[in-house]
Design a protein around this ligand. Structure first.
Ligand SMILES: Nc1nc2c(c(=O)[nH]1)N[C@H]1C(S)=C(S)[C@@H](COP(=O)(O)OP(=O)(O)OC[C@H]3O[C@@H](n4cnc5c(N)ncnc54)[C@H](O)[C@@H]3O)O[C@H]1N2
Ligand code: MOO
Length: 392
């Protein structure tokens, strides 16, 4: 059996970024840029006023000026101003030819039809956005690896970009296995449990902006599972199976994976919950066999699946690891890393009640997982522990 860090390392080594795709800028929010973007135009493309006021030749700023025209934003025509002249101008408008400075309208007065400036701070070029002051044509505007945040999208639109090359989000197939599974909303017969793993996983994926998710159900039958897994592999980048990875007579995930030509990278990790975790690879596709207990599924998702999904799309992991103070004593046997559902507040991490892996009630209240080292058995209040802060 391998350790948690060995398992993470192996998954990371098997994960390569997805082939970049071109998307419309309008659809690119949340993706990571896969190619540098160079500016095609000088932006601003003309000398632009940043204030409502009056455009002038700076040398004239102590003179009384004659008002000779007006430039509004979007005005397609300019006109020249000469020494002793000024033009009304509005924010965003092009400067008239010859003008080099704008004075805010609050800083002038009018007398005998003339404009008189009262702005001791006015300098040559005040309140003028120069040509190419945002970006210059040919300049690197945004580097590969940049997350396309709302601001990044706005910036790119503002320099005239319409499409971008990005790392796509992975297509994910979820296969829930188990003859005992019943859909929520229907009556439970003896032996049945409500199917919840596809719900929690779909919700987690949606929260990461992964919307191409297909959910399939497989009975505890090797032939059926093999066929479903085969079709999932054809249509997705990542396959998440839940259940059927332990040692029971009806646990067919490992055998079905072999039949589908999946290379086993590891099976079983020194951890609780989620000890029977399976990970395999076929070509560039990643296959996770998540132990069926609902809490094991999510614990393994945050520890192993999410970092891999992020690497495929070159995004930052949304689980943040920090060090915190354990708020109470805790004992565990040596041999397995434990992930406790916990509450993190004001620098302290508190394990919640109901840690069993078949239950989700504590996970539903948790905002973190508290990592307790493999070999250590006794933990005291005040000890420093690693805490994984879960995404919202
Ligand atoms: N003899 C041993 N038995 C078990 C071991 C072991 O080492 N030796 N490991 C235990 C551990 S730890 C875990 S975790 C489970 C994992 O088993 P499987 O991955 O084969 O999962 P299943 O047996 O199919 O299901 C486990 C549990 O979870 C329920 N389940 C499954 N799928 C769903 C779903 N989609 N929604 C809700 N609940 C689900 C299922 O009904 C079971 O109760 O094995 C232990 N056994
Ligand atoms: O490894 Mo299991 O998830 O504890 O029940």
């Amino acid at each position: 059996m391998i350790t948690v860090s060995e398992a993470k390392q192996l998954i990371s080594e098997c994960t390569t970024p997805l082939m970049p795709i071109e998307v419309s800028l309008k659809d690119a929010s949340g993706y990571v840029l896969a190619a540098d973007i160079f500016a095609r135009y000088d932006i601003p493309a003309f000398r632009q006023s940043s204030m409502d006021g009056y455009a002038l030749i700076f040398e004239d700023h102590k003179k009384e000026l004659n008002l000779v025209g007006e430039m509004a934003a979007g005005t397609p025509h300019s006109f020249p101003i000469k020494s002793g002249e000024t033009s009304r101008i509005f924010t965003g408008a092009p400067l008239p030819d010859g003008a080099d400075t704008v004075v805010m309208q609050e800083k002038i007065s009018k007398a005998n039809g003339k404009i008189i400036l009262h702005d001791v701070q006015l300098r040559l070029g005040s309140n003028v956005r120069g040509i190419g002051s945002e970006v210059k044509a040919g300049e690197l505007a945004m580097q590969q690896g940049n997350l396309l945040s709302p601001a990044a999208i706005g910036f790119l639109a503002g320099i005239g970009i319409t499409t971008v090359v990005v790392f796509p989000m992975p297509k994910v197939a979820i296969i829930v296995t188990g003859k005992e599974l019943q859909q929520p909303g229907l009556e439970l017969s003896l032996g049945q449990v409500y199917e919840s793993n596809s719900y929690s996983l779909s919700a987690a994926l949606k929260g990461e902006g992964i919307h191409m998710v297909e959910v399939m159900e497989a009975d505890d039958n090797l032939e059926i599972l093999t066929n479903i897994l085969q079709s999932a592999l054809e249509n997705s980048d990542v396959v998440l199976l839940t259940g059927g990875v332990s040692v029971g007579d009806y646990d067919f995930v490992i055998e079905a994976s072999t039949r589908c030509g999946i290379e086993q990278i590891f099976h079983k990790v020194k951890q609780k919950p989620g000890k029977p975790l399976f990970f395999g690879r076929k070509d560039q596709k990643l296959i996770f066999g998540l132990p069926g207990n609902p809490s094991s599924v999510l614990s393994c998702y945050y520890n192993y699946v999410l970092p891999a999904l992020k690497d495929l799309s070159q995004k930052q992991n949304t689980v943040k690891e920090i060090t915190a103070e354990l708020s109470q004593d805790h004992k565990k046997p040596a041999g397995l890393t434990h992930f406790l559902k916990g509450k993190y507040e004001h620098g302290k991490a508190t394990p919640l009640n109901a840690q069993e892996s078949f239950r989700l009630s504590s996970f539903a209240q948790a905002n973190c997982l508290i990592l307790l080292n493999e070999e250590q058995q006794e933990f005291n209040a005040g000890d420093s522990v690693t805490v994984m802060l879960l995404p919202d």
